[in-house]
Design a protein around this ligand. Structure first.
Ligand code: TYM
Length: 328
């Protein structure tokens, strides 16, 4: 039986966080045997806000090396760079002309990010349509993402359904896949906010390439509360609940098991255990990362990914274009 296709992408903006790892990459690693997996670097998305052009390609390469270091197997995944395949931007235009200003204006991420920049680009606004193109080009069935990207996958679904109705069956309707524990890893200092690559306070963010001692310190000084009870209650105990989420994601335990395990412990003991798990993860990834970063293997993987995805995307793009009436 043909495997279903799973696809996701991450932006090369800053070293990925524990949130990115748990929300997207870990899910890809865990499901790579079961699905035909596509994983890319969304570098075109990153330029919706200003990027240093000297750094962009370095960050892209670093992210690919991190994918592999995190356990993404190049034999089981098609790995590529979005900007190396012209059909993403091409299809995006066709889809833009089938997407509405009103629905794009309702995207949470646009509303948030446009507030932060006085003079934001049109690209920031049309960003979800490019994301829809990334997904729809490859007949994607499932899209593992953190909860912050769920709305974008839903708009990709809406656009696909609308296109199919208007022009005939063309696109597979994708489903978002949100891992239960990793829906949203929160900032360690301010646990009511998402842990973000672009956070202002580095103390709130664990980056996969953080120095191990620094990462441990961040966990040990994470904001909690004055109750001293290790109980999952995101509303009233956001700090502890976030640490529980991190712990269960890294150990594959359940909330109940963790509450039981630490029912007689204080916050310091619990935090130390969380820090141990984070240390284990970071040590493994960082050792592999250094080996991979400058290897020739990386370029070979990217060349293959580029050639394969161009071939697939070209066919889908031509089909969409013709259905819209572009032919001689
Ligand atoms: P990006 O680069 O912001 O984030 C990459 C992935 O990490 C998830 N994530 C989190 N998950 C849990 N907790 C957090 N604190 C956290 N922060 C981030 C995100 O949900 C995402 O899954 N638009 C996308 C990139 C993209 C894409 C696509 C994804 C472009 N085209 C097509 C899927 C399919 C983005 O900016 O992700």
């Amino acid at each position: 039986m043909k495997k279903q296709r799973m696809l996701t992408g991450l932006q090369p903006t800053g070293v990925i966080t524990l949130g990115n790892y748990i929300g997207a990459i870990k899910q890809m690693v865990e499901n790579q045997d079961q699905y035909d997996s596509f994983l890319f670097v969304a570098d075109l998305h990153s330029i919706t806000i200003p990027q240093d052009k000297e750094e962009l390609s370095k960050k892209t390469r670093s992210l690919i090396a991190l994918y592999l270091a995190c356990g993404i197997d190049p034999k089981k995944n098609t790995i590529y760079i979005q900007s190396e395949n012209p059909y993403h931007a091409n299809l995006s235009w066709l889809l833009e002309c089938n997407a509405y200003f009103g629905e794009m204006s309702r995207m949470h991420q646009f509303k948030e990010k446009s507030k932060k920049h006085e003079n934001f680009t049109v690209g920031l606004f049309t960003y979800p349509v490019l994301m829809a193109a990334d997904i729809l080009l490859y007949d994607t069935n499932i899209v593992p993402v953190g909860i912050d990207q769920k709305q974008h996958v839903e708009i990709a679904r809406d656009i696909a359904i609308r296109f199919n109705k208007k022009y005939g069956d063309t696109f597979v309707i994708p489903e978002p896949k949100i891992s239960e524990s990793g829906t949203k890893i929160m900032d360690l200092v301010n646990p009511t906010q998402k842990m973000s690559k672009s956070a202002e306070n580095e103390k709130g963010v664990i980056r996969i390439l953080d120095d191990i001692k620094v990462a441990r310190k961040k966990i040990m000084s994470a904001t909690t509360d004055s109750e001293m009870v290790i109980k999952y209650d995101p509303e009233n105990k956001p700090g502890i609940s976030n640490l529980i989420n991190i712990y269960i994601s890294l150990t594959d335990k359940t909330v109940e098991e963790v509450e039981e395990e630490f029912k007689d412990s204080n916050y310091g003991t619990f935090k130390k255990k969380v820090a141990d798990e984070v240390e284990k993860l970071l040590t493994t990834i960082q050792t592999k990362y250094q080996e991979i970063l400058n290897s020739e293997e990386l370029d070979k993987i990217l060349d293959e990914g580029r050639d394969k995805t161009i071939e697939i995307a070209k066919i889908k793009y031509q089909e969409a274009k013709e259905k819209m009436g572009f032919h001689r």
